[in-house]
Write a protein that binds this ligand. Structure first.
Ligand SMILES: N[C@@H](CCC(=O)N[C@@H](CS)C(=O)NCC(=O)O)C(=O)O
Length: 212
């Protein structure tokens, strides 16, 4: 089996790198220049055949190609027997609920900020939206408190997003808190401690080592 992850370290592809390490799968990591059109560029004709948006991450498993970080994380779980996503229908549904919440609510204000600070062409940037993004992030943080168990039992006391066991939901959340912290959003101390505890896992350290 050949597994290749195309990405860029400090990006959503870190979710997938970390998941691959937790799953203890053999893989290659190919780091891309997001704007590049050359051989290592995410906008090269070759890469665009894998990922038509020229974005990262992309996973290639033999001749199977998959984009979208959360779909890749789910697929990685399917390739391992380590049970990193709950199996029972309601527990699985709760994982999905949190995963979609991270993607649709929590990370969106961060991505809006990234786009309007640097990622989209200057003529399309709207500086006023940055304040709205801050407000939306605070609102999402409040909702998160109701959705997951981190308040009941913080991670450094043995708690994880879905309860007593580590799951890929923790990767999605911790990476997103880290992103928020890098963008200087106000992230409550409990969530930063949670991020730090998770980033100290061997698999996270190994994944970070791929682009250090
Ligand atoms: N929903 C996608 C978003 C992918 C995405 O936007 N990736 C960014 C890096 S985090 C990217 O490749 N940006 C380059 C671009 O927009 O051209 C996912 O979660 O994989």
């Amino acid at each position: 089996m050949s597994l290749t992850l195309y990405g860029l370290g400090p990006s959503r592809s870190f979710r997938c790198l970390w998941a691959l390490e937790e799953a203890q799968l053999d893989y290659n990591f190919i780091s891309l220049d997001l704007a590049g059109t050359g051989p290592d560029g995410a906008k090269s004709p070759e890469y665009l055949t894998l990922n038509p948006q020229g974005k990262v991450p992309t996973l290639v498993h033999d001749d199977f190609v998959l984009t979208e970080s959360a779909a890749i994380v789910n697929y990685i779980n399917a390739l391992t027997d380590k049970h990193l996503i709950p199996l029972a229908p309601q527990a699985r549904a709760k994982y999905d609920e949190l995963a979609y919440f991270v993607l649709c609510e929590l990370e969106q204000p961060l991505w809006t900020t990234g786009k309007h600070r640097f990622a989209i062409p200057e003529e399309h940037r709207v500086p006023e939206v940055l304040q709205t993004a801050q407000w939306e992030f605070e609102k999402a943080l409040k909702a998160l408190g109701e959705l997951c168990d981190l308040h009941a039992q913080p991670c450094h006391e043995g708690g994880y997003a879905l309860g007593g066991e580590f799951s890929f939901a923790d990767i999605l959340l911790a990476q997103t808190f880290n992103w928020a912290d890098r963008f200087k959003f106000d992230v409550p101390e409990t969530y930063l401690t949670y991020r730090d505890t998770l980033f100290a896992r061997n698999a996270a350290i190994a994944a970070l080592g791929k682009f250090a």
